[in-house]
Design a protein around this ligand. Structure first.
Ligand SMILES: NC(=O)c1ccc[n+]([C@@H]2O[C@H](COP(=O)([O-])OP(=O)(O)OC[C@H]3O[C@@H](n4cnc5c(N)ncnc54)[C@H](OP(=O)(O)O)[C@@H]3O)[C@@H](O)[C@H]2O)c1
Length: 273
C-alpha cells in the first residue's frame, strides 16, 4: 500500500469514488486531503471518509506528494493556473479531466511537471471502473506505479503509449457505460412490447448483462466464440443475430464510437486554449 500524501482538488463524484476505494483497501485517511469551494460539501466528505478537508487548494497542494485534479474540465484552466505557485516541489499530478491534454496542463501549471492523464468511467462508483492512463515524459516508473495503484482502487487500469489514444479510450470505456445503458433500455422496452411487465423485463435484462459480462471476463474464449456457441444453427438466437447483422449493428457501433472520439478531440482543442 502506498504511503504518499494525496490532495484531491475537487471532491465530487469521481474523487469520492477513488477516496472510497483507497480507504476500503486500507489507505490511511489522514494521508488524504480533499478540497473544494464549499465547506458544507467538504464536511460531508470528511464525515463519510474521515479525510482532511480545506477550501485552500494551494495549501493542500504544497503538502502533497500526489495531486489529483478532479474538478470539471471547464474549471481546470483557472484551477491549474492558480496552483502554479504551489508546485515547486514537483508533486506527481494526476488529471481526471476529460479532454484536457498534458500539454495544456503543463502550460497552465507552468513547468515541466510529471503529469498522468486518466480517463475513468462511471462504474468506478461501484469499484468496477475501467480507466485508461497516459504519462508524459517527466513521469518516472515509480510515479507510474503510484498512479496505477491510485486508479486501481476503483477498477481496472490500462496504460496507453500515445496521448491521442485517450480519445479512443473515451470512445470505448469512458462513454461505453452509456452504450450499454441504451442497449439495456432498448431490450427492456422490447420485452415490455412482447408482454412482460417492466419490472420483469428490467430484472432479466440487467442480470443477463451482468451474467454475460462476468462469463466473458472469466472465459479464455474470445467474445465472438462465446457468441457463436450460443447461436445454434436454425435456433432462436441465430434469428436475432441475423436481424442485428442485417440492420448493420457493427457499422452503427463503429460510427457512434468515431463520433465520440471526434468530439473528444474537438473538446480538447476548445478547452485547452
Ligand atoms: N464522473 C465520471 O464518470 C467521470 C468519468 C471520466 C472523467 N471524469 C472527470 O472527473 C472530473 C470530476 O468529475 P466529477 O464527475 O467528479 O465532477 P463533480 O462531481 O462535479 O465534482 C467536481 C468537484 O469540483 C469542485 N470544485 C469546483 N470548483 C473548484 C475549485 N475552484 N477548487 C476545488 N474544487 C472545485 C466541486 O465542488 P462544489 O460541488 O462544491 O462546487 C465538485 O465537488 C472531471 O474533470 C471529469 O471530466 C469523470
Amino acid at each position: 500500500m502506498l504511503n504518499k500524501t494525496l490532495a484531491f482538488i475537487g471532491a465530487g463524484n469521481m474523487a469520492k469514488a477513488i477516496i472510497g476505494g483507497l480507504i476500503a483497501q486500507g489507505y490511511d485517511p489522514k494521508k488524504i486531503t480533499a478540497t473544494g469551494p464549499r465547506m458544507e460539501n467538504l464536511q460531508k466528505v470528511a464525515d463519510e471518509f474521515a479525510v482532511n478537508i480545506t477550501t485552500d487548494n494551494l495549501d493542500a497542494v504544497r503538502n502533497a506528494d500526489v495531486v489529483i485534479l478532479s474538478v470539471k474540465p471547464q474549471m481546470l484552466k483557472q484551477v491549474a493556473s492558480e496552483l502554479s505557485s504551489a508546485v515547486a516541489h514537483r508533486p506527481l499530478m494526476i488529471s481526471l479531466a476529460a479532454g484536457i491534454t498534458t500539454e495544456s496542463l503543463q502550460r497552465w501549471l507552468g513547468g515541466e511537471l510529471s503529469i498522468v492523464r486518466a480517463m475513468p468511467n462511471t462504474p468506478s462508483q461501484v469499484l468496477q471502473g475501467a480507466a485508461g492512463l497516459f504519462a508524459n515524459v517527466y513521469v518516472s516508473s515509480q510515479q507510474k506505479n503510484i498512479a496505477y495503484e491510485i486508479l486501481s482502487a476503483i477498477g481496472m487500469v490500462i496504460w496507453v503509449e500515445r496521448e491521442e489514444l485517450i480519445n479512443t479510450v473515451t470512445a470505448v470505456s469512458g462513454s461505453g457505460p452509456a452504450y450499454y445503458f441504451l442497449f439495456m433500455e432498448a431490450m427492456i422496452d422490447a420485452g415490455v412490447a412482447q408482454g412482460l411487465s417492466r419490472e420483469t423485463a428490467r430484472a432479466l435484462t440487467l442480470q443477463t448483462a451482468l451474467g454475460a459480462a462476468t462469463l466473458a471476463s472469466q472465459s479464455d474464449l474470445d467474445v465472438a466464440e462465446l457468441r457463436q456457441r450460443v447461436t445454434s444453427p436454425k435456433g432462436t438466437t441465430e434469428q436475432a443475430i441475423l436481424s442485428f447483422e442485417k440492420d448493420q449493428l457493427r457499422v452503427i457501433v463503429k460510427d457512434a464510437m468515431k463520433a465520440c472520439a471526434n468530439r473528444a478531440e474537438e473538446l480538447s482543442q476548445l478547452l485547452g486554449q
